[in-house]
Design a protein around this ligand. Structure first.
Ligand code: ZN
Length: 392
């Protein structure tokens, strides 16, 4: 439908909750938001969600896989399939994330994502039922600290190579959106300068950085912290480390995995209450096992066992998650955060942290990327680029 109206029982934005309201959508873009009902509207041109809540679609900016697809080895068709699975969870955009791997494997992931983005755009132009929007690629590693490797394969963790970085930038054709690195690794500050000068967001993670080292990285242009607390030097009262440096740096976004396995609920509240809800970014860190039953999977060449939805290496270390962002939203709401705050953390802040224009909010000029939720915040429908991508 080129132009139509969505009737919402309740409209959640990152700023407020409106009661009965409507959105006018034209060519995939929100052109008007109003209360109650617009006048003079042919009923054939409406999507009626009067008993439901309409919210901005969730944006997952750190995700390694879903439904059997692994971001490291996926081809364009795999990423499109991943997007079609994620819309079941209200996710309207995602940033595939790789784990540490040999240079050639990461280069081919960059190329595959670039191809997937152009295929997604072509499909959208043909008005095919879309999957979630593919935003580009996040390289998590390989320039990490082996002391905080988490589930990153130590065989492929290596020193910073600006030459490799330039090749990733070339292979991704402008779609390298974020790199996670450990700022204390030799050459990391030069890498931050190079990446930031090319418009790439640098996130600090898998790091043993001290408080002082982390502040230097933020001063050099790093603007995000990868799954705060997980795979980084913990807080000690005489050694505050990267966690406190990130929490007190008001221009740094912090990622949180809110599955209540990676972080205790009190730790989640501690982080959100210190960083505030305008720079907290909910991520899934999901692996290919997300959306699939318990069993044996692999991640970056390491064996992962998923039991009760929790993914672990054979030694017991947490190995990513099977979380989806709709569940993360329900979890933060269960801690007492409001729906607008949840929309900030799951939609607006992910977009702002990657400087994605026109995504993550419900207001005129923004893409019509929406999640339709019931009273239990379960996903009833998902709209991507103005098209219904999923209906329960
Ligand atoms: Zn990750």
């Amino acid at each position: 439908m080129r132009e139509y109206v969505i009737l919402a029982g309740k409209l959640v934005t990152p700023h407020r909750v409106l009661g009965k309201s409507y959105l006018r959508v034209k060519d995939g873009v929100i052109v008007e938001v109003g209360e109650d009902t617009p006048t003079g509207l042919p009923l054939s041109n409406t999507l009626n969600y009067r008993g439901l809540t309409v919210a901005p679609g969730f944006i997952d900016t750190h995700i390694h896989g879903y439904g059997g697809v692994d971001s490291n080895t996926g081809n364009a068709e795999h990423f499109l399939r991943m997007g079609k699975g994620l819309v079941k969870h209200g996710v309207t955009a995602f940033l595939p994330s790789t784990v540490t791997a040999p240079h050639e494997e990461l280069l081919s992931a960059c190329r595959a994502v670039k191809d997937a983005v152009s295929e997604w755009r072509e499909g959208s132009a043909r008005k095919e039922v879309p999957g979630a929007r593919i935003l580009g690629i996040h390289l998590e590693g390989p320039y990490l600290n082996p002391a905080r490797k988490g589930v990153q394969n130590p065989a492929h963790i290596r020193g910073v190579s600006l030459k490799e970085i330039l090749e990733y930038l070339g292979a991704a054709g402008g779609l390298l959106k974020m790199v996670t690195l450990a700022p204390e690794v030799r050459g990391a500050l030069e890498a931050i300068s190079l990446l930031v000068s090319k418009g790439v967001v640098v996130s600090v993670g898998h790091t043993n950085a001290t408080y002082e080292e982390a502040l230097k990285a933020f001063a050099a242009g790093a603007s995000r912290a990868t799954h705060l607390f997980n795979a980084m030097r913990p807080i000690h009262h005489r050694d505050p480390g990267v966690v406190i440096a990130a929490l007190e740096s008001t221009d740094v976004f912090i990622e949180l995995i809110v599955d209540f396995t990676h972080l205790h609920p009190a730790t989640v509240k501690f982080a959100i209450n210190h960083a505030g809800t305008w720079r907290t970014v909910l991520i899934s860190d999901a692996i290919s096992a997300a959306g699939l039953p318990d069993g044996e999977y692999s991640l970056g060449g390491l064996k992962v066992i998923v039991k009760g939805g929790v993914a672990r290496l054979v030694g017991g270390a947490l190995a990513g998650s099977t979380l989806t962002l709709d569940a993360a939203v329900r979890n933060v709401v269960s801690l007492g955060y409001t729906l607008p705050e949840a929309a900030r953390m799951a939609s607006l802040n992910p977009a702002r942290s990657l400087r994605l224009a026109g995504l993550g909010d419900v207001r005129p000029g923004y893409r019509a990327d929406l999640a339709v939720l019931d009273d239990d915040l379960r996903v009833v429908a998902t709209i991507v680029d103005g098209e219904v991508a999923y209906e329960r």
